[in-house]
Design a protein around this ligand. Structure first.
Ligand code: HEC
Length: 398
């Protein structure tokens, strides 16, 4: 019953998280597009910086952007913030349900660092806060006026965080935390900077004061960062189901490649929406494609090379390895207290069951170290290599 409720909680909150995420990213992509599609023309009203026409849902929209603000407040003003807040709230809830609740299995890897659940959770929460503080300091430093330098420093900071997370958490948790840290920065940008600055502008208007253009500029800097971080964050979130990413020993390098590729793809759309054509749009897809090929090649490479297995590995030995290291979870009645039934329906009690999932075992426990989860059963590299040799040799029985 416990497991059923836990799974339902996880599914429902994941559902909410995806819905709010779509709403947030959808509206933020829309507004970025809108901003870039604005064009100036003769005779626009005072304070109007540009306008855009669009057709959708059976009618025409005529949008005008006032910079910094209109002369007087409209009667009704729509804000866009709950999409972002709810995405973070549901995301944090999901982090707690999956990772904090199952810390022993999902967050901790004792071959990485021997810590308890309370310590792991404390590190997780603190790191999200620290990530924001450091990023916010960067945005207030002289870097803020040099966009390229700022992005370069942000890139190094995020890759360094990925490396740091890899020193304390399992690969899976490390990778997800990079995504969670970036997403926290993005929501905090909305909550701590963009909306408060917008509120000051509105208050100024109501009071008849002229709003300070610096307020809009500061908000713009943050929303540009959010824009470029969106695609990489989504990759970190979904790659949790792909062991070749988080399960790679140098998963911080994968973070670096994904950050670059995601930002470049985003740049293509930004430039295009702003009216860029020809050579301005020629380099992004080739560059992103090269980076993606590099990413795939990188995941096929193992730092330090493979352990060479000299002798032949036969079925009884391979099955014994699997039974020693995997049965605590992958059994009809798992002995691991975090699991009431075999995860993913994968049961490895007999040789036939192991053989039937050989390719998945190869992906999860040989090509990557995604399994055993958190290396809870302390599988050795030697065992991984021998299991791999057996599968690659066609699983000989004798
Ligand atoms: C501590 C518990 C635990 C141990 C030990 C463990 N696993 Fe898993 N395994 C899981 C969980 C949980 C999942 C589901 C992961 C997910 O949701 O992505 C899983 C998923 C898998 C899958 C994917 C199933 C599918 O059909 O997609 C394979 C394959 C797998 N494990 C193989 C192994 C192998 C091989 C071992 C031993 C070397 C092992 N596991 C040890 C918990 C464990």
């Amino acid at each position: 019953m416990d497991a059923l409720l836990h799974d339902w909680l996880s599914l429902l909150v994941r559902w909410l998280h995806i819905i709010t995420g779509i709403a947030w990213i959808g509206s933020s992509f829309y507004f970025v597009w809108l901003d870039l599609s604005l064009r100036k023309r003769e005779g626009m009203a005072k304070g109007v910086n540009g306008e855009s026409w669009a057709v959708h849902g059976g009618g025409f929209y005529h949008v005008q952007k006032y910079m910094v603000a209109p002369e007087r407040m409209p009667d009704e003003l729509h804000w866009f913030k709950w999409e972002s807040y709810m995405t973070w709230i549901s995301g944090f809830a999901l982090l707690a349900i999956v990772y904090y609740w199952g810390a022993e299995s999902y967050m901790i890897d004792r071959s990485v660092l021997d810590i308890g659940p309370a310590t792991a959770i404390a590190i997780s929460v603190a790191s999200l806060a620290v990530g924001w503080v450091v990023y916010d300091l960067l945005c207030h430093s002289p870097l803020k006026s040099n966009q390229t330098a700022m992005f370069a420093v942000l890139f190094v900071f995020i890759v360094a965080s990925a490396y740091g997370y890899g020193l304390v958490f399992s690969g899976r948790a490390a990778f997800l935390h990079v995504g969670a840290m970036i997403a926290t920065m993005m929501t905090a940008n909305v909550f701590m900077i963009i909306i408060p600055k917008q509120k000051i502008v509105v208050a100024d208007l109501v009071a008849g004061r002229t709003p300070d253009p610096a307020l809009g500029a500061a908000a713009k800097l943050r929303s540009t960062h959010n824009n470029y971080l969106t695609l990489p964050v989504l990759f970190m979130m979904i790659s949790n189901h792909y062991p070749m990413t988080f399960g790679h020993e140098w998963n911080w390098a994968i973070v670096a490649l994904v950050l670059a590729a995601g930002a470049i793809i985003r740049n293509y759309f930004n430039v295009r929406n702003a009216g860029g054509r020809g050579s301005a749009l020629a380099w992004q897809w080739p560059a992103a494609t090269i980076l993606t090929i590099a990413l795939i090649a990188f995941t096929a490479w193992k730092p330090g090379g493979e352990i060479v297995v000299e002798d032949e590995v036969l079925t009884p030995e391979a099955v014994a390895i699997v039974q020693t290291r995997c049965l605590s979870c992958h059994a009809t009645n798992p002995s691991d207290e975090d699991f009431d039934e075999a995860p993913g329906g994968a049961i490895f009690e007999t040789a036939d069951q192991v053989k039937a999932r050989a390719q998945k075992i190869l992906a999860q426990a040989v090509l990557s170290k995604a399994m055993p989860l958190g290396n809870k059963t302390a599988m050795t590299d030697e065992e991984r290599a021998r299991l791999g040799a057996w599968i690659r040799a066609g699983m000989p029985d004798e």
